[in-house]
Write a protein that binds this ligand. Sequence first.
Ligand code: ADP
Ligand code: ZN
Length: 523
Amino acid sequence: GTSVPDADPLLQVLDKVFGFRSFRPGQEGIIRALCNGRDAFVLMPTGGGKSLCYQLPALVREGTAIVVSPLIALMKDQVDSLRQLGVAAACYHSALGAAESRQLLARLHAGELDLLYVAPERLLSEGFLARLSDIDVALIAIDEAHCISQWGHDFRPEYLQLPVLREHFPGVPLAALTATADPQTRRDIVERLGLQQAHTHIASFDRPNIRYTVLEKARPFEQLQRFLARHRGESGIVYALSRKRTEEIAGKLAASGLRAAPYHAGLPDALRHSTQEAFLRDDLDIVVATVAFGMGIDKPNVRFVVHYDLPKNLESYYQETGRAGRDGLTSEALLLFGYGDIALVRSLIEQSENPEQVRIELHKLNAMVAYAEERGCRRRTLLGYFGESLEEDCGNCDTCLDPPETWDATEDARKALSCVYRVGQRFGVGYVVEVLRGADNERVRRNNHQTLSTWGIGADKSSDHWSSLLRQLIQRGYLHQDIGNYSVLKLTERARPLLRGEESLELPVPRLRVRAVKKPKKS
Ligand code: ADP
Ligand code: ZN
């Protein structure tokens, strides 16, 4: 046509096919490397523009690009939008009928496809790899590459077979892309896929417009209401652990006049779909959801994300909070952190039958708890987990804006530990709190515990105070909570020096509500 003779061909395709004027950070280097036949490793947050990194080279290079992707729904979305751009793309998955499959394979053999999206189990199925060796493969892109690693938070066994790709297609450039990988997972991906001298792009994961806040959970629904009062009419997501809880919370919010609805995998498809649509159209302000909500949702003006319960790991937490503020405007992420939630999440993790998986997930849960208990810059901890270091504190998280104070918990810890001992190490948190507070009820009388020296020694402080303290003593290893046995509390060795007065204990002052804070340094 009329194009300038020496215009960069990549920029021409970028403009003509995709309608973009310039590359996003990182894209150009990755695209050039792949076009030149090199491998690439791409770590970029969701929304960073990973797809273009293999879609553009797929058009520039000879042959068909193979894209491995784990979710049929996401593959279909991508193929639809590519077709709208006039790109010859298709997806091959197990839901295709026999006739459709045959037609698709015919197009593949005729060299008519620029991109073919394939589910991993399909790709590796008998015969398909052999078919591919008859055609020209432009490149192989592996999306959600963290699924190959057991260290990743979303391990998929069907990804484990992908290394055969390297053997089958020795000269074909391989691209591994992911939005979530700690340093160990990254090494795992590169090693397992056999990436060689790959062009590596690791984008910053910082989302400076999101303010992170953690409150200690106490009467969480009231905490949520106070938070929402500052976000009237704004769009947001509230994540809760169970389906039942999402319905309860959404119901109460709706009853209090807010435009809120629940979302979880147990609701009828049509209802889930209409809820999602209403949220995208801003006809609904708040979705109260399990983690089932949010995948593939690209809504720019989500102003807040609340975690009503503790997420299982920082990968999920980062992804879920990352749905806030895609438009770059000031947004908030609030986590309600209850010590009781730790035991709950732990018991969910321990349901798995794979001991190695349990070990890894418990390790990840510990990192999540450490983040929630962090007294330094929250963002530094979060990014540090993903292997990224911040030069200075962020100035836009709760601990930066309002540094936590500590209190001397020695005396109260002794009272609580003695009480656990006096009731015979046969009771759980709730009952120990009752005895500390001097409850005069049938159960206490039946056990004759109103005669104990520790009965009522904590009457001057609230039940919330004592249960929070007991949970922290569990978390810090002074008490053992026997989950398999009515969650009974027992003293550990660590408790001795504290009880004997040889050690003291400083704890952070619990933060129950967001205090009025100074303006952030950065916005
Ligand atoms: P990811 O896969 O990393 O989550 P996507 O590939 O879905 O991100 O891209 C996110 C959005 O950014 C898409 O709407 C895409 O069209 C857009 N995008 C990607 N690259 C560019 C670019 N160079 N210029 C403008 N928009 C872009
Ligand atoms: Zn900070």
